[in-house]
Design a binder for this molecule. Structure first.
Ligand code: SF4
Length: 864
């Protein structure tokens, strides 16, 4: 066993426990949105890390709510954990407040499940979804005390790999990773893990591991390739020094039905970007939009069978309690049996008020029957992506969507009751002229006029992004707009589209430039990335954290001209990603580029036959287009209390529950959402409100501030079927997350739900965590402060109410106050005053605690 193997497999449970306690007590009370870091969400997997052969860290270089919204991230997590000998845990970039606290407290970046440091894992796999997340990779490695450069990591460190769409041009990151997975991770990941485990049993050096990994199809080891440059900076040679001439060809799943599906996705407490079930109905798109990287790299099209989708929907809704099911694919309307699928899903899940959404519906695929199905449950905004303002430019980009089709869809959508249409356009597309920019204004204006005619309040959101040439697309040789050109076009649109009923959104030009540089960049960018990281870059995809001056300084110090990467390239220039093969041939891309310039379109190969893009030959078997199944078996997880029984009577219950441990960091909204989803998982036959946005009739009492535990919380709920209170308690408790316990339920006989602030006096216990509180008051000082308060007749404190500072006398609010143990106070407050302060602030004022000390008070509500 080499040094790396000895260190990685040593005992570490003790360290982990300390870490967990430290984070919970000293750090979480001080950060915003602490629910990002709890790790005990429903369906999260906790394994004993000392008992598995392989510890895999799945890392996402952005904040939790972004990472958790990625379907592939969840899929790999559950796929890896499906193997008893592997434990996979999640890592995200800590938000800026948490990052500062980790640094201050010298806590290394740790997993959300067990707070195990990143460096304690055998393999770290980063998910690379967009170029503006690159600086966060370096931030995460640095926070884990892992050298960012692969050549500086010896055998003591984990193997660091990456997957995701950005790996189709991995060159800007080549210096940081040991290997990249090119293609669909689920196809390769076990070959990679097994190779690692076999190597681990030997005493061989890490170079042997890399040799073995490089032998796996779809794995790219950057050190096996040597890159040389011409004097003008263009790439001269990319040489595979181990296997001359061999390129790295992507791997992909040939049959989605047979591939692993995640039916128990983690249900975050906080509202994430896509807070719903994402069910992938198809992968790939052959429409052939010439700017679209996803349309090239995810080919060929593969569809799931109806049978499989219906079964997955049923099981996943049952395991999560989500109220929305999103059918995802690059173009959901192109799914062969989309009408039938929607009808069946609606029929199957309408009873539970589950909304079915199609986030990627192309306007030309929208039929009236499809619209009828979608609008049955909920109508959020409807999205249409013309991408370009004129027919000429839409032909150039092969977006085969005519103005007539757009207008027809818009009229149908507004007439069907939607009040918001979102339009997506791009500026800077190849061959664009001023006419095309004016075309965006004209098209948006026409659409707004149609909407206004149907309903005056109808709204239009126009989102304009900047075209960024992407590798492996027919436009990979084209130039990107420069910042001044972007601004000029944006200004024109602002001048002409800022009018009532239209909301214009645009992208930060400097962010688009950086995205373009890294999308089409080469290995020389690694120095720039390191420099920018040292200068404080991070969260570059977040406009409030993006610092263009930092990047300018980094480019200047490294003497790298960023505009070199944004220029047009000759089609015979060697591109930095030439050795990475996505299956679509370069000849096909060149032919498509030429057709764009001559204004010719290319049909979808699913409609008019194969266009020889090359992808179907790279792996067997060829893509499957399953036909409709007629009799899908439906296994209901909602059988226990069928909610579709006639609503002859409504039954009302008052539920008493407690909130403790890490659950105290849930906000009121997170808590109520998490309880409602638990009720859905527990198959409670909830009564719903009527209308397009049906809500379960569940009403929570007072909002408990974040960070406070409670033994006496309440909510009322309505059921459409009578269930004995004891059964409700037993059943619901099985579905509640750790820290939330239903204590009792009583049936109430009220005409409607009743959730006033019925509690007049509330009793709290507050523990002052003296060791964690810098300059915390001594016991005698606490005693004196309490005595002085009790003796006083008035105790005025300043607080803000409706934006102005007011003075409140808190003395009459406190009816009991005593020091119990050395560090524990009990206090009873009167809740009838409209000028209620938070309990932490009342104690803080009495004890003269600063803001940090107030947050660190460990408070429990004892009685209501
Ligand atoms: S090889 Fe032919 S059928 Fe397959 S994705 Fe390409 S164009 Fe379509």
């Amino acid at each position: 066993m080499n040094i790396k193997q000895q260190q990685l497999f040593g005992p570490m449970a003790h360290v982990r426990e300390i870490m967990k306690a430290e984070i919970l007590e000293a750090v979480l009370p001080l950060v915003s949105k602490a629910s990002r870091y709890l790790g005990n969400e429903i369906n999260a997997i906790h394994k004993d890390l000392s008992k598995v052969e392989l510890r895999f860290a799945l890392a996402f270089p952005d904040v939790y709510e972004v990472g958790m919204s990625h379907l592939g991230f969840q899929l790999l997590y559950h796929l890896l954990n499906s193997q008893p000998h592997i434990a996979c845990e999640r890592f995200f970039t800590p938000w800026v407040d948490m990052e500062a606290l980790l640094r201050e407290n010298r806590i290394p970046l740790s997993s959300v499940e067990s707070q195990t440091p990143l460096s304690q894992f055998h393999i770290i796999g980063f998910s690379l979804q967009y170029e503006l997340g690159y600086s966060n990779i370096l931030k995460m490695l640095a926070l884990a005390n892992i050298p960012v450069l692969a050549e500086e990591r010896n055998d003591c460190y984990p193997l660091i790999i990456a997957g995701g769409p950005c790996t189709y041009n991995p060159e800007p990151l080549a210096a940081f990773f040991d290997a990249f997975v090119i293609g669909e991770g689920e196809e390769v990941i076990f070959e990679l893990c097994n190779t690692y485990l076999e190597w681990k049993k030997t005493n061989a050096p890490e170079s042997t591991l890399l040799d073995r990994l490089a032998a796996i199809d779809g794995i790219y080891v950057p050190t096996h390739f040597q890159v040389d440059y011409h004097a003008d900076g263009t790439v001269k040679n990319i040489i595979n020094v181990k296997q001359a001439g061999k390129k790295v060809v992507k791997r992909y799943v040939t049959n989605l039905d047979a591939a692993f599906s995640c039916t128990t996705p983690i249900v975050p407490y906080m509202q994430i970007i896509h807070d719903r079930i994402s069910l992938e109905i198809a992968r790939g798109c052959t429409r052939g939009c010439r700017f679209c990287m996803a349309g090239m790299i995810y080919r060929p099209v593969r569809e799931r069978s109806l049978h499989n989708i219906l079964e997955l929907a049923e099981t996943t809704l049952g395991s999560t309690g989500y109220e929305e099911l999103s059918l995802t694919s690059l173009s959901a309307g192109d799914f062969t049996a989309i009408d039938t699928l929607l009808k069946k899903l609606m029929k199957q899940h309408q009873k539970n008020r589950t909304a079915i959404s199609l986030p990627s519906l192309r306007a030309e695929t929208l039929t009236r029957s499809l619209m009828e199905e979608i609008k049955q449950v909920r109508k959020t905004g409807f999205t249409i992506a013309p991408e370009a303002g004129t027919q000429r430019l839409r032909t150039v980009i092969n977006k085969n969507l005519t103005e007539d089709e757009i207008m027809h869809t818009v009229a149908e959508v507004f007439a069907a009751g939607w009040q918001l249409i979102k339009l997506y356009f791009m500026i800077g597309l190849p061959t664009e002229t001023q006419d095309d920019i004016e075309g965006i204004v004209a098209l948006a204006t026409k659409i707004r006029a149609i909407g206004k005619k149907i309903r005056h309040s109808n709204q239009l959101n126009v989102s304009v992004s900047t075209f960024v040439p992407k590798p492996h697309t027919p436009f990979q040789w084209t130039a990107q707009l420069l910042p001044d050109e972007i601004r000029e076009k944006q200004l024109f649109l602002m001048r002409h589209l800022k009018r009532p009923g239209i909301r214009l959104k645009w992208h930060n030009p400097e962010m688009s430039i950086l995205e373009g540089v890294f999308a089409c960049g080469d290995r020389r960018l690694s120095n720039v990335l390191i420099k920018a990281h040292q200068l404080g870059a991070g969260f570059d995809g977040w406009s409030e954290h993006f610092k263009p001056s930092v990047w300018d300084e980094a480019f200047a110090e490294c003497m790298v001209d960023k505009y070199f990467y944004l220029r047009a390239r000759a089609t015979d220039e060697l591109l930095p990603w030439e050795h990475i093969c996505c299956g679509v041939s370069v000849d096909f891309l060149k032919a498509e580029y030429q057709k764009a310039l001559t204004g010719e379109t290319t049909d979808d190969c699913r409609v008019t036959g194969c266009k020889n893009c090359g992808v179907c030959g790279i792996q067997q078997p060829t893509p499957n287009y399953p036909s409709e199944c007629t009799n899908p078996p439906v296994k209901s997880s909602f059988d226990s209390y069928p909610p579709d029984s006639p609503k002859t009577q409504i039954y009302r219950y008052r539920c008493h529950f407690s909130k403790s441990g890490s659950a105290r960091f849930l906000s009121h909204l997170e808590l109520s959402r998490c309880i409602i989803r638990a009720l859905r998982r527990a198959c409670m036959p909830l009564n719903y409100t009527q209308g397009y946005h049906p809500h379960p009739r569940v009403i929570f009492y007072q909002a408990l501030p974040v960070g406070i535990e409670s033994e006496c919380e309440f909510f009322d709920m309505e059921l459409v079927q009578h269930i004995s209170p004891n059964i409700i308690v037993a059943h619901v408790n099985k579905h509640l997350p750790s820290g939330i316990t239903m204590l009792s339920v009583e049936e109430i006989f009220l005409k409607k739900l009743f959730a006033p602030d019925i509690m007049t006096y509330q009793k709290y216990r507050a523990r002052i965590p003296l060791p964690e509180c810098s300059a915390a008051p001594s016991i005698s000082a606490i005693d004196d402060a309490l005595a002085a308060f009790l003796k006083s007749e008035d105790f005025f404190v300043k607080t803000t109410k409706n934006g102005s500072t007011v003075s409140i006398n808190i003395r009459p609010l406190v009816s009991n106050l005593s020091l119990k143990d050395n560090d524990t106070i009990e206090i009873t407050v009167n809740n009838t005053s409209g000028a209620m302060l938070r309990i932490g602030d009342i104690l803080g004022e009495i004890l003269e605690l600063d803001d940090k000390q107030r947050k660190l008070l460990h408070i429990t509500k004892l009685t209501a």
